[in-house]
Design a protein around this ligand. Structure first.
Ligand SMILES: Nc1ncnc2c1ncn2[C@@H]1O[C@H](COP(=O)(O)OP(=O)(O)OP(=O)(O)O)[C@@H](O)[C@H]1O
Ligand SMILES: [Mg+2]
Length: 749
């Protein structure tokens, strides 16, 4: 594993040289159509070459000599080959330096590992390498991209989206997107820009199939509507990073690889893929650091974002959606991230990303651009032609400006430092106070209206015609989108065991929190002291001890409920994310999640009973001791079931805690200690109360031989109680499972 970075860099070296040599020979090269069937073949076509070459050739060369500044061997060899401007890199923080070096030129981005025999053949970088060897490197490059994916052409026409907002007195509809059209082909990167709240995330979710039905318009993938078979071909990086805070970077990516990669790969191959992605994304320095979250310090924000990207690209998706992958990154790392997106696109994937505030260099990396303003389309087309289009409608920057900044200003309706189109100028001159702002510029609303109208009249129709024209793509591509079989990355059992261990790792910190241990032990000691050596020989003593037994039944029927109700509501976002990607079966998740808690949840009660049992001087009998422990276990597992069911049904912590407290209190009151003679019409409540069943069992264990009636309760043979508790253990869990199944994906998450 350790030799990976240097070998990757060797490969890159050669390919870079090849790219330069060929592009020089071709005089720049022209961009071939992405409709070319070769896209899936791994981006080795002329398009790739010309694009890469232009990128590299514009970069400054001092990188090679500057490489010596880096202190590790790996970095040295890497930075020695990278032809981007090292000044930028070295001026950044160590992190950005490391990440840029490794993020840099990852042409091998499709999840491809270099066979070890090929690695052995590689020669180190040398300026004298000749073209023949470069060509060889080129062929290697194509070999590396060994896993072509189905090319997907995405088209969307007149996409509208409305939400119904329910107020206290009225409900109203809010239009979030109005008639958005566009298309993106394999090999292209489409960027969506627009001010905050303009609808980027909404559009991205619609295109990625994350919101089920758009309220209007059509979205097609290779001319076919969305089908759930596409789930495994789509990578979706959400705007909020949804990751487990207590797993390390490597664990996160390894679990993702093991769950999501096809079954035909072995566990080792999947793990290797995860490691490859770690190196590709420059995460090697933090691979053993915990992700962290609001309560735990972990990796940096930029690293977390890259882990999210890694989580998705690990599956080598045909369609990759990213919601603001560069927000919060420094400009160098942002540039590297976008370069990665390019490399992914070059390998024949379709990439769609939303972006806030790109730098001008970053802006030029996009093939296509969608500019949104208040949910309307202001521009769709080639990113390179956006400025020309806006100048034809009379908007040109008056000072030199980053094009992205200019476009965002326009989308915000801000015409400062921008020429005012004559049509709008007329309006301002007429002196309508509504249209005019203080500095004599038209108001944002007017500018927005003008831009929407301009796009509608000048471009929209012709674009729509293009979009409506049928595409000349293979029938095979069309059919594969809808017919490919849904394949799980792992068998049910493997999914279960992966999720089980992942759950254990993620929550290992919770289990042994000193707070919980102290709480339990302290309660046990207090109880032990209060009931110190309280023998149960006489009925009076028995009655006294019954109080302790009831308290045990209540204590262990209380805490598990309140811990379990958090289980599903807390993991809701993660569950939504992973289920949208078809990572596992719900049943495997459910069982893993509910069983991974059990072993550790049973350690504390043993500790508790040990203390209480001997301090309080309960029946001196090994069998009685173990039966007491077993009864407590049953009570805990049943109570957990109730908590899980309440949590999964309501999926809202506030509501769940309220309902749980009412239920637990009712069960406690019906537990047989406070009220001995319950009216018939409510006596059924006792059968639902696990406190009652546990209490009865505990009494039986302690006093069965001595007395049939203890504290006004008839102690039976215990079969009824055990079966009722077992029914609760499974019944409540079944209810929880059904509720999860019925939970709508994405709602509110
Ligand atoms: N379910 C919803 N109910 C009400 N309003 C919604 C809903 N979903 C989105 N919106 C509104 O739609 C608009 C667009 O939201 P969206 O998240 O797509 O914006 P965005 O362009 O991604 O913004 P940002 O750049 O801040 O992420 C916002 O004004 C938002 O408040
Ligand atoms: Mg957003």
């Amino acid at each position: 594993m350790m030799d990976k970075p240097s070998t990757t860099s060797l490969l890159r070296t050669k390919s870079d040289q090849l790219v330069e040599a060929i592009s020089a020979a071709m005089g720049g090269g022209t961009k071939s159509s992405p409709m070319n069937g070769d896209v899936a073949g791994g981006g080795g076509g002329p398009e790739t070459l010309s694009r890469k070459s232009s990128r590299r050739l514009t970069g400054a060369s001092p990188g090679r000599s500057g490489g010596g500044r880096n202190n590790t061997h790996i970095r040295k060899s890497r930075s020695a080959q990278l032809k981007f401007d090292l000044d930028e890199v070295s001026s950044g923080a160590a992190l950005s330096r490391a990440s840029s070096a490794s993020l840099g030129l990852s042409f091998s981005f499709t999840g491809f590992t270099v066979p070890s025999d090929e690695i052995a053949d590689m020669k180190p970088f040398s300026d004298d390498d000749d073209i023949a060897e470069d060509i060889e490197a080129g062929t290697r490059k194509m070999k590396i991209q060994a896993e072509p994916t189905l090319p997907i052409y995405l088209k969307f026409t007149e996409v509208c989206y409305k939400v119904v907002i329910k107020g206290v007195t009225s409900t109203r509809e809010k239009e979030i997107l109005t008639g958005i059209s566009g298309s993106v082909d394999p090999g292209e990167v489409l960027a969506m820009m627009g001010p905050s709240g303009s609808g980027k995330t909404t559009l991205l979710s619609l295109l990625g199939g994350r919101v089920k039905e758009p309220t209007g318009g059509s979205i097609t993938y290779n001319e076919q509507p969305y089908s759930k078979h596409l789930k495994s071909r789509i990578g979706f990086v959400t705007q909020d990073d949804i990751l487990f805070p207590h797993l390390t970077v490597r664990e996160t990516l390894t679990y993702a690889a093991r769950l999501r990669l096809p079954k035909k790969l072995t566990k080792e191959e999947k793990q290797k893929r995860a490691i490859d992605v770690i190196y590709e994304l420059g995460l090697e320095r933090c691979q053993d650091t915990m992700i962290g979250g609001s309560f735990v310090r972990g990796v940096s924000g930029g690293e977390r974002k890259r882990v999210c990207i890694g989580n998705e690209i690990i599956i080598n998706p045909s369609l990759l959606f990213l919601d603001e992958p560069t927000s919060g990154l420094d400009s160098t790392t942002a540039l590297r991230t976008v370069e990665i997106l390019h490399d992914i696109a070059e390998a024949g994937k379709t990439v769609i990303t939303t972006i806030h505030q790109p730098s001008s260099r970053l802006f030029h990396k996009f093939d296509k651009l969608i500019l949104l303003g208040k949910g309307s389309l202001l521009y769709f087309g080639k990113a390179s032609e956006a400025m020309d289009y806006f100048s034809t409608i009379g908007c040109t920057p008056l000072i030199s400006m980053n094009p992205a900044e200019f476009l965002l200003d326009l989308a915000n309706g801000n015409l400062n430092d921008v020429s005012v189109p004559s049509e709008l100028e007329d309006k301002v001159q007429i002196g309508n106070s509504d249209t005019e702002t203080r500095n004599g510029k038209p108001s944002p609303a007017i500018v927005h209206e003008y831009l929407v109208e301009a796009y509608e009249t000048r471009v929209a129709e012709s674009e729509k015609k293009k979009l409506l024209a049928p595409m000349m793509i293979d029938e095979e591509l069309k059919s594969k989108v809808v017919t490919s079989k849904r394949e799980w990355g792992a068998s049910w059992w493997t999914q279960y065991s992966i999720l089980f261990w992942r759950g254990l790792k993620e929550r290992r910190h919770d289990y042994f929190s000193w707070l919980r241990i102290t709480q339990v032990v302290a309660t046990a000691v207090i109880l032990g002291m209060l009931w110190w050596q309280s023998g149960g020989d006489s009925p009076k003593h028995m009655q006294e001890q019954a109080g302790l037994l009831f308290f045990i039944a209540v204590f262990w029927g209380f805490f598990p409920v309140f811990t379990a109700i958090f289980t599903f509501p807390q993991e809701r976002a993660m569950l939504n994310k992973e289920r949208s990607a078809d990572m596992y079966r719900l049943s495997a998740y459910f069982l893993a999640r509910t069983t991974s808690d059990i072993p550790l949840d049973l350690i504390l009660p043993v500790l508790f009973i040990l203390v209480v049992y001997f301090m309080a001087g309960l029946k001196h009998d090994v069998c009685a001791f173990f039966l007491t422990v077993l009864t407590t276990f049953l009570c805990i597992v049943a109570a957990q079931g109730l908590g899980l069911a309440i949590g999964a049904t309501l999926m809202d912590l506030k509501k769940a805690t309220t309902l749980a407290s009412v239920t637990v209190m009712t069960f406690m009151l019906a537990g047989g200690y406070f009220v001995k003679e319950v009216p018939v019409f409510i006596s059924w409540l006792r059968y639902l109360s696990y406190n009652y069943q546990t209490y009865k069992l505990l009494l039986k264990v302690q006093y069965k031989e001595k007395n049939d009636w203890v504290d006004g309760i008839k102690v039976g043979n215990g079969v009824k109680e055990v079966s009722t508790l077992l029914a609760m253990v499974f019944g409540y869990r079944l209810l929880a499972y059904i509720s999860l199944r019925r939970m709508k994906l994405h709602s509110g998450a």
